[in-house]
Structure formats: structure tokens, C-alpha cells
Design a protein around this ligand. Structure first.
Ligand code: LLP
Length: 451
């Protein structure tokens, strides 16, 4: 895998850190040239805890959790917000989600285990996944999870059998593929049926499977779910998905005389990774979603359901940053300037995988303008190992602390040990205090499992 070619038209933007607007965590500030988050000096923290280091602005996370819940509940009392824990999960994050009244979306036995260890209320746990193993299903059902989002007919039979064996009735949703594919700018209707997830609506398959779910013993079908994509800017796509889903509920009521009382519209709200991104706000997302559900329930004659959304990225991405120490500078005249940090694709695979863009600053020069364009690369044995390509940054020197913004979602959870790299610690900062909530991996952690 090679690197995206340098874009020589990109010019330094001369912005200082505080001019990065929506890319910054809530409590970011600059004091005497250093970047502070949660009242903690990122330069000192990097030197004390070592790098690479994941840092979360706890107040940012808490504020968004509160805002999400209030934005929905103030205009639609029977609404719940599920945190999609695949974005980032450790015990402390699960604890915060519980305190702020969120439900939790887990996608496997591991995330469920974390929720249990953190004491997260099981009735607020929703279990997702297109191939939950029989063992994971059994763990979930015996733990008493609130909902299992059934992804296929095969799984429906499994859930029914396991619940029967355990002597319980398991509340379930069916995951429907609504044929709405979200894009940053528009929604596309074709091609999106080709998905490994959920029940397709083609040839009325999903609709016919509702009958199976209603007839299956030991399960209670209470609602339907969809998830149309991620990093979505165009709220129209959510409205369109709501229309398809509410119409489906109306069809079920008419044909089967059965009322589905819960509607989960999934996650997907986008965030600002760069200063060019213009995502919708949490408030707008709530307003559009609720309006759509009210409109279509009215239009199709469906009782207003319990409404759920499942944000991951828009709850935690902006709160998280990654700190690195700059180790190598390599200038190739007329090609590009590389700065190499002590992490890379092992702690942030998104750049290599999705060609993602990030904003970065030098934390110890946070009040200086970003006068250079560099490509921030990692330490891994792979040319495509980049964290930020053609990124504006302050003049770099060896030993600088590089801070990359917007890494709070899908960076820790998709991290690897490539090249024997121990995964970074996770530190939560708030009110001038830093707390290690997940310690750095050790070499023993890496190879201690070998027999
Ligand atoms: N619900 C379900 C069923 C999902 O599959 C997802 C994300 C979410 C909720 C949360 O979506 P969000 O609000 O975070 O967009 N690794 C990719 C993102 C994959 C998203 C997978 N599903 C990335 O790094 O961009």
C-alpha cells in the first residue's frame, strides 16, 4: 500500500490551534504556548505518560451525552440515545454512558463483557452484529440484555432456541436494510441493498420474516432497526430512512394486525475532522429525525413509537486526541516533508484504511501559526502508514509533541499491535486532573499469551 500523492496545491493555513474551531475538544485552550485540554498541559502529560497517548476531554464527552439526550427528549419524550460502543469503549466510558442515562449498543461478547464489568444496567444494552455466535447470544440472553437486534432468519431461530433453553422471553428487533444509502452530500438508492447486514426489503423478504418473528417462541418482536451509514452530513438521508421504516411499521400493522412499538434509526451523524467539514449539529439531527418520525407516523397512521438513535462518532470523536512525540524529519525537495511520530497505523488505521484527513498541531507551539505542510507518518514497516497527509502544522522540530484531533472514535477500537507495538494508554482529563483509564500495553501483554 502506498501513500496518496502529495497535493502541492495545499498551502499552510497559518491558523493557530484555537482557530481550528469545531475540530477542537470543548475545553481546548492555549496557555503560554502549550495546548491544554481539561485544564491539563498536553506537553507535560505526553512527557509523563509517554506517547503515543490517547487523551479524552471528559467534559466534552459528558456535554455531548447530555446534549444528545436532552435534544431528543425535549421534543420527543419517549426517546432514548444508545451509545454505539464500537466507537470507543473502556470501563470508564461505559460508566459515563450509564451515569448520563444512555443505553449501550454492543456488537459482540467482548463489548458486552466490558459493559458487565463496568456494572452497566443490562436492560439498557442492545446487542448488534450480523453473525453473533451462539455463545455470544447465550451470554447476552442470560445476562438479561434489553434488546437483541436480530440480523437474519438463521439468527432468529438461534435466539428463539437459546431463550427457550434459558426459560426466558427475549425482546428483539429486526434489522432492516431500508434501501437508503447515505452519502455525505446526497442519498443514493441503488446498490445499497447489497449488504451483509440485516433483512433486505427486496421481494418483501423483511416483511415476510416479520411473520416468522411473530410466530417464533420465546422471543417478543418489539421493534425494527436500521443503520444507513456513518459520517453523514446530509440529514435528508435520515428523513428518508424514517419514511421507509415507518411505512414498514404501518404495513405490519395492516397486514399482521400487530403494532411495532419501537423504532431505532441507528447512528451516523458526521463530525468535523477538518476545518472544511460542515457537519449538522446534534440539535439539528434530533429535530430532523423527530420531525420525520412525527410526519410519517401521521401520514401512515402509526402510533408514535419509542424512538432510538445510536450515535458513536458524534459522541466521542471530537473529545479524543492522540499525542505523539516527533522522532524523525525527512525532507524530499519538491516531493514532500515527512515527520515521523512514535505510533501510526497501529493506533490510527483510519488514514490508511479510509484515506481519512485530520487536523494536527504541535502542542508545545500551540499559539504559533501553522506555517508548513507536512505528511505525518508513523513508525511501521509500511509506506501507507500515515496519520495525516498534507497537513498544515507549526514548524516542526525533533522532540515536539504532535497532537492529532478528532481521533476519539474508531482509533483506539481499531488499534493493532502491528510491528509489536503496544497499544497506547487512554487518559481522561477534566478540571486540571488526568486519570489513566486504560493503561498502556506492555511487552508482556503482547507475548504473554504465547504458549
Ligand atoms: N449503529 C450501528 C448498527 C452501527 O453499525 C454503527 C457503526 C453505529 C450505530 C454508529 O455509527 P456512528 O454514529 O459512529 O457513525 N470504522 C469506521 C466506522 C464504521 C461504523 C460502523 N458502524 C470509521 O472509522 O469511520
Amino acid at each position: 500500500m502506498s501513500l496518496r500523492a502529495a497535493d502541492h496545491s495545499k498551502k499552510p493555513d497559518n491558523r493557530t490551534t484555537m482557530e481550528l474551531g469545531a475540530c477542537l475538544p470543548l475545553t481546548a485552550e492555549v496557555r503560554e504556548g502549550d495546548l491544554y485540554i481539561g485544564g491539563v498541559d498536553m506537553v507535560k502529560l505526553a512527557r509523563e505518560e509517554g506517547t503515543a497517548l490517547y487523551v479524552y476531554d471528559q467534559e466534552d464527552v459528558e456535554t455531548r451525552m447530555r446534549l444528545y439526550r436532552e435534544s431528543f427528549r425535549s421534543i420527543y419524550p419517549h426517546a432514548d440515545v444508545l451509545y454505539a460502543s464500537k466507537a470507543f469503549l473502556n470501563k470508564e466510558m461505559a460508566r459515563l454512558a450509564a451515569v448520563y442515562g444512555l443505553c449501550l449498543d454492543v456488537s459482540g461478547g467482548g463489548e458486552l463483557a466490558c459493559a458487565r464489568m463496568a456494572g452497566f444496567p443490562m436492560e439498557r444494552v442492545f446487542v448488534h452484529g450480523n453473525n453473533k455466535t451462539p455463545q455470544e447470544l447465550e451470554e447476552a440472553i442470560s445476562a438479561g440484555v434489553g434488546r437483541i437486534v436480530v440480523d437474519s432468519r438463521i439468527e432468529l431461530a438461534r435466539v428463539s432456541e437459546i431463550a427457550g433453553r434459558l426459560g426466558v422471553t427475549q425482546p428483539i428487533y429486526l434489522r432492516i436494510t431500508p434501501g437508503v444509502e447515505a452519502d455525505t452530500h446526497e442519498y443514493i438508492r441503488t446498490g445499497c441493498e447489497d449488504s451483509k447486514f440485516g433483512f433486505t426489503m427486496l421481494e418483501d423478504f423483511a416483511f415476510r420474516c416479520v411473520k416468522d418473528a411473530l410466530e417464533a417462541p420465546n422471543v417478543q418482536l418489539v421493534g425494527i432497526h436500521c443503520h444507513i451509514g456513518s459520517q453523514i452530513f446530509a440529514l435528508d438521508s435520515f428523513r428518508e430512512a424514517a419514511r421507509v421504516m415507518v411505512k414498514f411499521m404501518a404495513d405490519v400493522k395492516r397486514e399482521y394486525g400487530y403494532e411495532l412499538t419501537e423504532l431505532d434509526l441507528g447512528g451516523g451523524l458526521g463530525i468535523a475532522y477538518t476545518t472544511h467539514d460542515r457537519p449538522s449539529t446534534i440539535n439539528e439531527f434530533a429535530r430532523v429525525t423527530v420531525e420525520a418520525v412525527r410526519d410519517f407516523c401521521g401520514e401512515y397512521g402509526v402510533e408514535l413509537p419509542r424512538l432510538l438513535v445510536e450515535p458513536g462518532r458524534s459522541l466521542v470523536a471530537t473529545a479524543g486526541v492522540t499525542l505523539y512525540t516527533l522522532g524523525i524529519i525527512k525532507t524530499l525537495p519538491n516531493i514532500r516533508k515527512y515527520i515521523a511520530v512514535d505510533g501510526g497505523m497501529s493506533d490510527n488505521i483510519r488514514t490508511a484504511l479510509y484515506d481519512a484527513d485530520y487536523e494536527a498541531v504541535i502542542a508545545n507551539k500551540a499559539d504559533e501559526p501553522r506555517t508548513e505542510i507536512v505528511t505525518i507518518v508513523g513508525k511501521h514497516c509500511e509506506s501507507g502508514d500515515a496519520v495525516a497527509i498534507d497537513a498544515a502544522i507549526q514548524h516542526p522540530d525533533l522532540g515536539d509533541v504532535v497532537c492529532v484531533f478528532g481521533t476519539g472514535a474508531y482509533c483506539p477500537t481499531m488499534a493493532s499491535n502491528y510491528n509489536g507495538q503496544p497499544r497506547p494508554a487512554v487518559v481522561f482529563v477534566k478540571d486540571g486532573k488526568a486519570r489513566v483509564t486504560t493503561r498502556r500495553e506492555t511487552y508482556e501483554d503482547l507475548y504473554g499469551r504465547d504458549c
